[in-house]
Design a protein around this ligand. Structure first.
Ligand code: ZN
Length: 303
């Protein structure tokens, strides 16, 4: 463990679109263990800014599951649905800087192009009564790069990622803006999250630079994902099974196996508290496997 010259603050930030599944547990556990071995803070944030995708009761169910698994958090739970004013303030700030612009393009006009190279920024559309989406204008000649703690050096340029939406046409806040505003306000220093968010990171770094140029962005660690037998990421969309609190110790051991941590046979009979306390003592970040997917076969350990 490297010496600490500043406090460590991490977080887990699930979307309440369903109960916690095993893939989320692995991410939560790694993030929690990193925070605890650094005597850091670990915050919980519920990313409930997309009501159409949410499932009633899922947020409470996630809190219950994390508690049952011994993954305790510090401070009050932050709900993104209550943070409208902070996001609006950030959008206003970006507009004042000339870094946010309205986009009227429809999905049909985009014709499946996923990278948005600033069409409405360069050719402002004629006035229309339609509500626009708002996009963040990246600096077109800048290279966005970071040293990922697990995946190594990463670099993206504008042509590879384009300008992200920061407020949706339907009025909901977009993920990229909300995450950065919340992480900035909480003073997050270290983010441990899944590989599926690696390509969001350059946008978030650029938003950090625009919103708080004096603040050092967090250190990132992107964990491999767990895939099912069809090669899909475990997710609520493809019906990954919920994890059961009655088997918390067994699931925690499975999660530690994916994370390539040392496990002793007698751990299986321990309470979650005792198990986690040993997991903290033995946690070794350098043993984490890198890459996009964990190599253990799903089904080998999952029921
Ligand atoms: Zn547009």
């Amino acid at each position: 463990m490297e010496p600490l010259s500043f406090p460590y603050r991490g977080r887990f930030a699930p979307t309440p679109s369903g109960p916690l599944h095993f893939g989320s547990l692995v991410t939560a556990l790694a993030s929690w263990l990193e925070a605890r071995t650094h005597q850091g803070q670990w915050q919980l944030r519920i990313e409930d800014i997309d009501p159409p995708r949410e499932m009633p009761g899922a947020a409470d169910q996630i809190l219950f599951t994390l508690e049952a698994f011994g993954l305790t958090w510090d401070g009050p739970v932050v709900y993104q649905s209550q943070r409208h004013e902070a996001y609006q303030h950030a959008l206003d700030q970006l507009r004042a800087q000339g870094r946010a612009y309205p986009c009227y393009c429809t999905r049909k006009q985009r014709q499946g192009q996923s990278i948005y190279l600033g069409h409405c920024r360069h050719q402002p559309p004629p006035h229309t009564h339609l509500a626009p989406a708002w996009r963040f204008a990246l600096e077109e000649n800048s290279l966005l790069c970071w040293e990922d703690q697990l995946q190594g050096h990463q670099a993206f340029n504008f042509l590879e990622i384009g300008d992200p939406i920061i407020r949706r046409r339907d009025g909901y806040w977009a993920y990229q803006l909300a995450v950065v505003v919340d992480d900035l306000e909480a003073g997050m220093t270290h983010l441990v999250r899944g590989y599926d968010l690696l390509d969001s990171t350059p946008w978030q770094l650029a938003l950090y630079q625009a919103l708080a140029p004096e603040q050092k962005p967090p250190t990132y660690l992107h964990l491999p994902l767990i895939i099912n037998a069809q090669g899909q990421k475990l997710s609520k969309q493809n019906h990954a099974p919920a994890i059961c609190a009655s088997r918390a110790s067994a699931h925690l051991i499975q999660a530690l196996e994916y994370l390539n941590q040392p496990i002793l046979a007698e751990w299986a009979s321990l309470s979650v508290e005792a198990l986690l306390s040993l997991a903290v003592q033995h946690w070794d970040r350098t043993r984490l496997p890198s890459g996009q997917h964990f190599s253990l076969l799903p089904g080998q350990h999952l029921e």
